[in-house]
Design a binder for this molecule. Sequence first.
Ligand code: NHR
Ligand code: GAR
Length: 216
Amino acid sequence: MPATCDVVVLLSGTGGNLQAMIDSFKDGNHPVRIRAVISNRADAFGLQRARDTGIEACVLDHKAYDGREAFDAALIELIDTFQPQLVVLAGFMRILSAGFVRHYQGRLLNIHPSLLPLYKGLHTHQRVLEAGDAEHGCSVHFVTEELDGGPLVVQAVIPVESDDSAASLAQRVHAQEHQIYPLAVRWFAEGRLSLGEEGALLDGQLLAAHGHLIRT
Ligand code: NHR
Ligand code: GAR
């Protein structure tokens, strides 16, 4: 077993994905240690989840900074006090500058509520319904400068039912997120997942363009 992998989680809201990781990594038999949770919003419920588990919770309010670059520089400084091997975006709602993404190249993951490259950006569940798609899902990807465009690690696919609403879809997608995000973080912590020149590598093998696919 490799040494522990220290992780910093960035979030802006509820923290359901944070909770899924906390629960998944609770048994002693894994190499992940969540060192800190950082939110750009002081009222994010994810901060409470962290405190309740004895994880350090920090607030860095983007409104206190003069522009994205200044905020991102302060964010880098704060994250690096924890010296993480991996930084995880879990419902973090601020676009990150090129300098930030470069600093954490190959050790920055995001989860997005769509089957990327479909539906980059916001309001994905509503857009899936409006398009009449038969399938929806979520994606874990390495973060690059291209928003929601970095190499895919794992996707979970769910069927869209005729009576689905944006809320019902969101609920089922969230349940899948809570499976695939801890899985991807565990792979990284075990040294199995990395970012290569041509995409994400699992056990040294280049993953398919859509990443590892899970169908439910
Ligand atoms: N940064 C980079 N460079 N690349 C990515 O792939 C990123 C990223 C930062 C966040 C998460 C992303 C998502 O999964 C993410 C991926 C926020 C916005 C956004 O428009 C878009 C995508 C994502 C996160 N944010 C607005 C902004 O001006 C603010 C919106 C709000 O505060 O509600 O930053 O969907
Ligand atoms: C998740 O659905 C995540 O995929 C999405 O926000 C939600 C956060 O939920 N991320 C984005 O839309 C990023 N722009 P959570 O706070 O319960 O983990």
